[in-house]
Design a protein around this ligand. Sequence first.
Ligand code: ATP
Ligand code: MG
Length: 418
Amino acid sequence: MEEELQSRGRRDILFEQAELYRKLENISVEVLSKYNYQEIRPPTFEDEKLFKRTIGETTDIVEKQMYTFTDKKGRRLALRPEGTAGVVRAYIENSLGKITSVTKLFYLGQMFRYERPQKGRYREFYQIGAEYFGNAHPVADVEILLLNMEIFEKAGLKDKVELYINSLGCKDCRQKYRAELLKSINSRSKDLCKDCHNRMEKNPLRVLDCKHDRDKFKDLPAIENYLCDGCKEHFDGVQSLLDSGDCKYKVDRYLVRGLDYYTRTVFEIKSTEKLGAQDAVSAGGRYDTLVEQLGGESVPACGFAIGVDRTIELMEKTGQKVKKVFIAIAGLTGNLGLAGQAIKIARLLRKNDIFTEGPYPDKSLKAQMRLSNSLNSSWTVIIGEEEMNKNTVILKDMTGQSQEEIPLDNLVADLLGR
Ligand code: ATP
Ligand code: MG
């Protein structure tokens, strides 16, 4: 294929990996529904200004990472680099706050950022996110966190992720902190990388989000000493309610986020295993001023966005894959009696939600086993004349390569129990 036609910096998600994406999406929707979140599907592109005004002009996303374009009428548009801005716009535009005083929404889909492609960082990637409008109490922050952790737990990642939280305070606390931080950073500007030199004057908090050598922050002032009484009380509330919810967390005093709209609580959920250059699998926080800033009423809100691609990588690392059964026929090729029996068994398995492939009566048993192997089946069910007459099957474990003969009546229970 010509080089220009290839998907450089983008990628195709194939087969078993695509199945894992669907699995994580299904788990997420199930958990989100239990917490009474409703789906919203905002457009994938919006007016460029929406992102500039919400994410912040001096953030990496807006400065360097947006895919922007001009349409035929000369409008400046951008592919969405994240989900919250569009959801907040939709919340205001559809007057959702007038329908109920609290609104809980979730979305899933592609985001786009012009970044240097590397493992765990793609130009088109997937997020699953939730936004909770209309509740300023720490219970809302904690609901968002518990919900997020429950999704990871249901995805089999309970021991593979850790929650880090911090408070960025409100506008008032941050102003004081910003001034102190700038002083302190200025005195050590020689330690800073090139990006941080640029960030320093425009947005000193962003220096804390530097990806190089976080040790250098150890003696910079921490925001926690600058929080006003209200913000301190809120952050204490979040911690106490996380304890009540039996949710483990660590406070990271230097955790800031790459977006300007956060107030008070911010968090990151990190993989305990290295995932390429970055290990954050989810992030979010509170944004109490954003709705008003975009022309809505003053409505407090908080939310999260799970990085689906990195979460899938973690699921792959834990050996998760969708388990499949291959039905093979041992006997003369083209034996219709055996093919009929195989179809009956396949129907039975599929009725019980077991992924089933086959039969292939015109292939030799050897060719069938090769196919089963290359399709990555977990088990092969083999039937021959003898088994058919006895109403049994041979169940072969494709990972351990062991096999046993079992009554057909036990097959479903046996497979579901494995
Ligand atoms: P990072 O610090 O890893 O660049 P971020 O602060 O840019 O992340 P957010 O905007 O908070 O990330 O997005 C939430 C999650 O989305 C991240 O924790 C990550 O898992 C995922 N994510 C962000 N950018 C990408 C990308 N380019 N490719 C794949 N996943 C991404
Ligand atoms: Mg980033």
